[in-house]
Design a binder for this molecule. Structure first.
Ligand SMILES: [Mn+2]
Length: 364
């Protein structure tokens, strides 16, 4: 890392699996075990894994020393030995404060009582992730393709009387049969008034005619996530309120998609969508940010929200997801994720967004 010398850092200790993936190509979720990538000023970096993963790790990385520990060993003691073997004693550490737990930090402090652990690499890593490479964007397009497929599977399974959880089960079952092993987050399928809770939980509620079905889901494809929301109208004819709310969200969504440009601030983009909704008197029902960055993780830097003056840059990947939620009545959200370049915003997902999308899809 180029700025280690400048900041006088002896050990850069990375613990976030997505950082380790980005820096070494090795992708693993260690759960309660210890996975770490350590970089030094003048010595070969070390990838430290649980013993059961060492062969996998060795097969993936190059020019990195790979070390491991058994469940019966103290991983911190081994890390101490490894670092002392690099000739580092009273060390200045950089850690990922957003990821390293207090428990793990205390373990490090116990073995390096004279170490200094104040430098935080989390903001640096967040910045590094902002612009995606062409290869990362290709993976995210594939993740988007499978998110569209998931919406189609869900739409095909809808019928009066089916429960939200049955639709969730159908989507995930069909995707797994097609080789998709992981969703980006718990698949959300919400009917009618349940959709009026932006973070609702699918349950036993049964689908009735003439109500909305909100799908919010994504898949992980080769370590990269997708995230899409569609609100499909299931029935014959929407009520005046349903139609009005839906088309307002759609207008906000379409305007933000069309007007997103390089160098515009995140706050401005949020405002484009928010003003459309607020001008019609629904501002208080759009009670979350317009969007969020995504990549290796489904929610990453930056927030597309009011007050974030950060400029949008080339190959930034983020969501545009306005919504209106009128408690106990109706909830609509329309979300696409994509990347931005000099030609504008390019969505990773393409399932139609017009109010009759479901009816049209079932006819096709
Ligand atoms: Mn989202």
């Amino acid at each position: 890392m180029s700025d280690m010398k400048k900041n006088n850092i002896d050990v850069a200790f990375f613990s976030d699996p997505s950082t380790i993936h980005l820096m070494t190509g090795y992708l693993s979720e260690p759960h309660e075990r210890i996975l770490a990538f350590m970089i030094f000023k003048d010595a070969t970096p070390i990838l430290f894994t649980p013993a059961l993963e060492i062969e996998d790790a060795k097969a993936t990385v190059s020019n990195i020393q790979v070390e491991s520990y058994l469940d019966t060993q103290n991983p911190w003691e081994i890390i101490q030995t490894l670092i002392i073997s690099k000739g580092i004693l009273h060390s200045n550490w950089a850690i990922e404060k957003q990821h390293l737990t207090v428990q793990k930090l205390e373990a490090l402090q116990e073995f390096f009582p004279r170490g200094c652990f104040t430098f935080d690499y989390s903001p640096f890593m967040a910045n590094l992730r902002i612009s995606k490479s062409a290869d990362e964007i290709e993976k995210m397009k594939k993740a988007g393709y499978w998110a569209d497929e998931a919406i189609k599977i869900g739409a095909l399974a809808l019928h009066a009387g089916v429960s939200e959880l049955e639709i969730v089960a159908e989507i995930e079952y069909q995707l797994k049969k097609r080789g998709i092993s992981q969703m980006s987050f718990d698949t959300m399928v919400l009917f009618g008034d349940n959709a009026a809770n932006p973070h609702g939980t699918p349950g036993e509620r049964k689908l009735k005619t003439n109500e909305f079905v909100l799908f919010d889901l994504g898949v992980v494809y080769e370590g990269y996530t997708s995230d899409v929301t569609r609100t499909l109208f299931f029935g014959d004819a929407p009520s005046e309120q349903q139609e009005k709310v839906y088309n307002l969200v759609l207008d906000a969504h379409d305007a933000a998609m069309a007007k997103a440009t390089l160098d515009m601030s995140a706050s401005n983009l949020d405002g484009i969508a928010r003003n459309i909704i607020a001008d019609q008197g629904y501002g208080t029902y759009f009670n979350h940010r317009l969007g969020h960055g995504l990549g290796q993780s489904v929610h990453e830097f930056p927030s597309i929200m009011e007050g974030n003056e950060m400029p949008l840059v080339k190959n930034m990947c983020f969501s545009i997801e306005p919504g209106i939620y009128i408690p106990n009545e109706v909830g609509v959200r329309i979300e696409d994720c994509g990347y931005l370049d000099e030609h504008g915003f390019h969505s990773f997902t393409f399932f139609p967004t017009h109010l009759t999308a479901y009816t049209d899809f079932m006819k096709s």
